[in-house]
Design a protein around this ligand. Structure first.
Ligand code: ADP
Length: 872
């Protein structure tokens, strides 16, 4: 519908005029705005140029020579300058655009005027004719009345006049005829004017007005086209994505990308390179003590009644500083990893995936690793002082305070009595220990010993005679005393062959975790020997049950012998034998006597009994192998723990073994043993030939029947029912953590996160939580019960029926969490029996108490399978 037909009315005509006025005002507004934009862009260009100039005020001195970052910065500023120029150019073009808009506005104004005039012109003719018709009609009426009057007069005269003639009658007739003629003329004019008006009106309506309107429409549309073009131009000059800007940005990206951290300092290093600085020497200035021979010795701590308290206080301070450092390190590791592993001092964290995230992650890893190293250095430095003071105090026989070593060990040591026999004294002397030298010197001078004796708190005398040669005595003891004892211990036999490696001894338990050790030692006198790794150094620890549990670190002498408080021995075996046979307390203070060696349990296998064959998987802590047990020729699966992992992680690794050890169920993977004699520590399990259930589902997605899938669900439910009955919460139930054997039978595995508690509240970070498998109450409040495992079981069912799909695919963990919280549940996987999906939904009840327990789940699935089997 165009103007010509739609806008003929007077009102439309007026609206059209109003519209044009509004358009003209809009044009004015636009013009002003574009002018302002141009001004604004110009000012921005000026500021940008100033920025570029300011940025160039950089150090031009030699220091930054060859620096890629400086070079890139300069180029970047050049590009900023280019950008400023481009902005200026565009601003100028905008001004041109403004001019165009002004012209358009003028033309539009003219066109409006022309339209109005033309419209008025054609309307005026019609109006004129309309008036004319009215006027003619009035005239007509007037003449008609005159005519009628004259005609009446004429008729009267005519009737009255006897001869139908006479001057008077002629006169009247004449007037009557004239009036008649006038009327007829007026009549004709009226007729003509009506006819003309009809024609004009028709032309106005059908030709002139539509023509005018049509023309007007085309004029207005052509204005709009021009207007649009002008706006397009304006937009174009403000387009920051224009090629020109893009090119500039591309060049900026290139120059910044050219910064290469590894090359940045190349030229600088080359220019300033020097040979590594030689270490600064700190040396005791011997001239200081020239005048006081004997009392003070260079680089040696002086221990006497004057200094002993001070030294002990200092030792305490330093030990607590060491402990402090260790705790800080632990906290730092826990904080960063939320329990994940730390390797080679570098902290592995679960960072975000954005490139910035990775960078900042890397930075923070670097910083944390640096902080950790600083703490380690501090610990090492303080430890060195601790060792020095301890050594000095040892040498003179002071009673040492309990050590804070081995974060969990309560190492109790009372120190060697002063010269408990002469031979011993002699031997110690001959080791030319500087500390003892001072002591002897002090003793020779008399006074000190008296003073020391007086301070029984520090020094004690021992009256029991000591072996002349400890080794011989021990050997004798072996035959005299060990035999009867070992008999009373059934299979126990303690050998004393020094050739045999320690880890072959039955009572040596390798790196068995402390919790296990404590569990094994039940009666006073029960003991075992184990290894602990502290500061990457291995220490051998004697653990004894004696009024609680005591742990003694085997001390190594300068000659490579081993001892506690008593005499040194060439091997740890001999030392233990000595303690065992002599029935002397390991330390005077503890009073702990060795009565019954506790041998390795059935499940503590020897590392040498396991032959690794091929890698079959990769776990969190290390690789998983197919292996053979030498003793039984049994094929087994072996999980290894990377040697580099810290103790805490190794303990976590063994946690799985500790839990599995107690279980025996066809749907729970069986533990065969753990190997902790040597590194790498390992967990030996039954080999489940089908491997991980998840991989199995994905590989066999075509060949799996509903019956098989339901069977898998039943197996998993059976295993979980068993665990629930044992108060074990798995916490990581998922297809990836189940194994499948060749009969499609499913076994629950991966007990790394399991807890043996009815309810387990997580208080530390939840970084490694498998969010999509975890129940909302565990995610939100850290509260775990078997009903959380039921939720995960629902997801496991979903995985089984979707043949290994990823749950909530396409959703991030946090999105899935959000949606679950608002009631969303995954739809049923294709071809899932309706009852099974109903069961899934029950497992996913928001209220944990409304979920079924595994017993019920098992019964439901079992009944469904039975029904299915019977129907075939
Ligand atoms: P982790 O608990 O350290 O993460 P997993 O238990 O997940 O280790 O084991 C990693 C992979 O090793 C599994 O996905 C599986 O393929 C394989 N695996 C683990 N245990 C066994 C086993 N007993 N029998 C066969 N394969 C196994």
């Amino acid at each position: 519908m165009g103007f010509s037909s739609a806008l003929q009315s007077r009102a439309a005509h007026e609206a059209l005029i109003v519209r044009q006025d509004a358009e003209l005002r809009l044009m004015e507004t636009m013009k002003r705005s574009i002018q302002m934009k141009a001004k604004c862009d110009k000012e921005y260009a000026i500021s940008l140029t100033a920025v570029a100039q300011q940025g160039l005020k950089i150090d031009r001195a030699d220091e930054m020579q060859g620096s890629l970052i400086t070079k890139s910065w300069r180029s970047y500023l050049d590009e900023l300058d280019q950008q400023a120029k481009q902005f200026k150019f565009n601003a100028e073009q905008l001004e041109v655009v403004c001019d165009k808009l002004s012209h358009l506005s003028q033309d539009k104004r003219k066109a409006r005027k022309a339209y109005q005039e033309e419209h008025a012109k054609i309307a005026a003719r019609l109006n004129h004719l309309s008036d004319e018709v009215v006027r003619k009609k009035t005239e007509y009426q007037k003449h008609l009345e005159g005519y009628k009057a004259l005609r009446t007069r004429f008729e009267e005269h005519y009737i009255k006049a006897p001869s139908r003639s006479g001057r008077k009658l002629d006169d009247v007739r004449d007037k009557y005829q004239k009036a008649c003629r006038k009327l007829h003329l007026t009549h004709n004019e009226y007729v003509l004017s009506i006819t003309e008006a009809i024609e004009v009106e028709k032309d106005f309506r059908t030709v002139l007005l539509p023509g005018l309107l049509e023309h007007q429409q085309s004029v207005q549309e052509s204005f709009i086209l021009l207007w649009r073009n002008i706006l397009q131009e304006a937009a174009q000059y403000g387009d920051l994505t224009a090629d020109k800007y893009k090119e500039i940005q591309k060049r900026i990206d290139t120059v910044i990308g050219g910064i290469n951290p590894t090359e940045e300092y190349g030229e600088f290093t080359e220019k300033h390179k020097t040979s590594p600085t030689s270490p600064m020497l700190f040396q005791f200035d011997e001239t200081l003590i020239e005048d006081i021979p004997g009392k003070l010795q260079s680089s040696t701590l002086t221990v006497d009644n004057l200094t002993v308290d001070w030294l002990r206080n200092r030792l305490q301070e330093l030990e607590s500083a060491v402990k402090d450092c260790q705790e800080k390190q632990l906290k730092m590791i826990e904080h960063v990893n939320g329990g994940s592993p730390v390797a080679n001092g570098s902290i592995i964290s679960n960072g975000s995936n954005t490139s910035n995230g990775i960078q900042s992650n890397k930075d923070s890893q670097c910083r944390q690793s640096k902080d950790l190293n600083a703490l380690r250095c501090q610990e090492k430095q303080k430890q060195k002082l601790v060792d020095m003071i301890k050594c000095a105090l040892n040498e003179v026989g002071c009673e040492e305070l309990p050590s804070g070593c081995d974060d969990h060990l309560t190492l109790e040591q009372t120190f060697i009595e002063n010269g408990y026999n002469n031979e011993q004294q002699q031997r110690s002397n001959s080791t030319s220990s500087p500390g003892l030298g001072i002591m002897n010197e002090l003793m020779r001078r008399g006074g000190v010993l008296t003073l020391l004796r007086g301070r029984g708190r520090h020094f004690k005398r021992k009256s029991t005679p000591q072996p002349t040669t400890p080794t011989t005595r021990c050997r004798q003891g072996r035959f005299n005393k060990l035999q009867p004892r070992s008999q009373s211990l059934g299979s126990l036999s303690i050998s004393l062959s020094t050739n045999r490696p320690l880890y072959e001894e039955e009572w040596f338990h390798g790196v068995l975790p402390r919790e296990e050790v404590v569990r094994l030692l039940n009666n006073d006198g029960d003991f075992l020997v184990r290894e602990t790794i502290r500061n990457e150094e291995s220490q051998i620890v004697l653990s004894v049950c004696w009024n609680g549990h005591k742990h003694f670190i085997v001390q190594t002498t300068g000659e490579g012998n081993f001892r506690f408080e008593g005499p040194p021995f060439a091997s740890i075996q001999e030392l233990i034998m000595h303690q065992y046979h002599s029935e002397l307390p390991v330390t005077v203070k503890s009073g702990a006597i060795l009565r019954r060696p506790v041998c390795r349990e059935r499940w503590e296998l020897s590392n040498d009994d396991v032959v690794l064959l091929e890698r079959i998987g990769r776990g969190n802590f290390g690789d998983v192998y197919k292996a053979k047990l030498k003793s039984t020729k049994l094929d087994v699966a072996v999980k290894t723990c990377r040697m580099t992992l810290p103790d805490e992680q190794k303990r976590k690794f063994l946690q799985e073994g500790r839990i599995l050890k107690q279980y025996d169920h066809p749907n729970i993977v069986k533990l065969i043993g753990i190997c902790v004699q040597k590194q790498p520590i390992m967990i030996v399990m039954e080999l489940v030939l089908g491997g991980s259930l998840l991989t199995y589902l994905r590989k066999n997605s075509n060949g799996l029947s509903n019956r098989q899938q339901m069977g898998m669900c039943r197996d998993a439910a059976a295993g979980m029912r068993y665990l629930e009955s044992k108060n074990c919460i798995h916490r990581d139930l998922a297809a990836r953590n189940c194994l499948v054997d060749l009969e499609h039978s499913v076994k629950i595995s991966d007990f790394g996160m399991s807890r043996e508690e009815e309810e387990y509240i997580v208080s530390d970070g939840m970084k490694q939580i498998p969010v999509k498998w975890t129940a909302p109450e565990a995610l939100n409040f850290g509260k775990y019960t078997s009903l959380c495992d039921v939720w995960s079981y629902g997801i496991l069912m979903w995985e089984i029926f979707s043949k290994g799909d990823t749950p909530y695919s396409g959703m991030s963990n946090s999105r899935a969490r959000e949606r679950i919280d608002t009631g969303y549940r995954m739809p049923t996987p294709e071809n899932t029996p309706a009852e099974m999906y109903r069961l899934m939904l029950k497992c996913w009840a928001a209220d944990a108490e409304s979920r079924p327990h595994f017993d019920e789940i098992y019964n439901v699935v079992d009944a469904l399978i039975l029904r299915l089997d019977n129907s075939h």
